[in-house]
Design a protein around this ligand. Sequence first.
Ligand code: AMP
Ligand code: ZN
Length: 470
Amino acid sequence: MEIYNTMSRQKEEFKPITPGEVKMYVCGPTVYNFIHIGNARPMIFFDTVRRYFEYKGYRVNYVSNFTDVDDKIIKEAKEEGTDANTVSERYIAECRKDMEALNIMPATVNPRATQEIGGMIEMITKLIDKGFAYVAKDGTVYYRTRKFPEYGKLSHKNIDDLRSGERALLVTGEDQKEDPLDFVLWKPKKEGEPSWPSPWCEGRPGWHIECSVMSRKYLGDTLDIHGGGEDLVFPHHENEIAQSEAANGCTFAHYWMHNAFLNIDNRKMSKSLGNFFTVRDIDGKYDPQVLRYFMQTVHYRSPLNFSAELMESAKTSYERICNCAQNLDYLLEKAQDGEMAGEKEALAEADSYRVQFEKAMDDDFNTADAISAIFELVKWINSNTDESSTKAYLEALRKELLTLTDICGLIVEKKKTADPFSEHVEEKIAERQEARRNRDFARADAIRDELRAEGVVLEDTKDGVKWKRA
Ligand code: AMP
Ligand code: ZN
């Protein structure tokens, strides 16, 4: 399996630190509003990465944070006349709803910055002790980038050019930095902001330190994969590397994966530009699964332009896959047991699409080609099944299709809606069984009579209690 590593700028064979295990950290959203569909791109893509590793038999430890202390959250809280915690709690809950709608598996852990302040103070102390950080007069703690000679290795930027550029941009108040590229680890509290005590001043952490601390706590000093959108390469991930490698004295992550932007009219979709749709906006118009499908029709390192036409086309394609799965279910209801000549050979042919799918995914998670393989399988199934197909054959094809759609996190079968009356009858039957186990036959008979009054007849069989409407 090959992964493109932003660090080396080439595809590399994936070798896990621990055989059979993947330790992944993906930078999550800042929770001050509903997530937009640009934010959903890394969520969907890295969830598919995780699902594919799991399919391959790896145990994946997947950690993704919520940034719940930040200028934007504080600003939103001020505008609403509430506190930052109320804002972040609300949008974490909303984000989880969107993730569920997009069929994103719950992370192993979703740490939150405000719950990990102790760890951040510990790491900052260590960086100061090792000479990698310094405390300015007002209590701000800065990272000393000159002390970390590899600073810039991920973003491949010319650091000296950056330094002179930044120097020209230095604004008043920042001149307490030793170097223009030094960044904040801890900053003093301002009136009305959330704050915590620290050895340097009452204040709050800078943004970058949370990911270094939380990834180490839940995954260890070295990660297999660190991911996020490409806007995070510099400075966020560069700064995470500087912090973690200086504090822990070892490589921070073996593979750095970054998704390209979701654009609208060829500009990055972002809250600050105001050119965004939230996942919730889309949910009103399309099944969120269509969005999930759409995101995977393009390779994750290519920009993806959002448009109504492309969403319509994604909808049509997604529905074709759903129709195929539903058609299989329909045929299965009537199919006979037994074996038919040629079915074994046909199944081997169908399996070649799985091989094609894997080949695409093994090549740096090429979901675009993987989806094409699903499509070809759908076409093949449509022309190689009918009322005469046997049960075992149809079941094998159903499994083949659903295995692949499941790796892409696509739900293609109709959700079975529970029938409230059946649920009620099942509950009563369970209650009656319990009464019988307790030798409370009067209660058991009473339940039988109650159900009979509702038009339900019970039948005790060797396979348990069956029921039918009278
Ligand atoms: P933020 O809430 O801005 O910190 O973003 C959370 C995650 O979404 C990060 O991994 C960003 O890189 C990613 N992201 C934000 N906007 C876009 C976009 N338009 N396209 C793709 N990824 C994005
Ligand atoms: Zn991060």
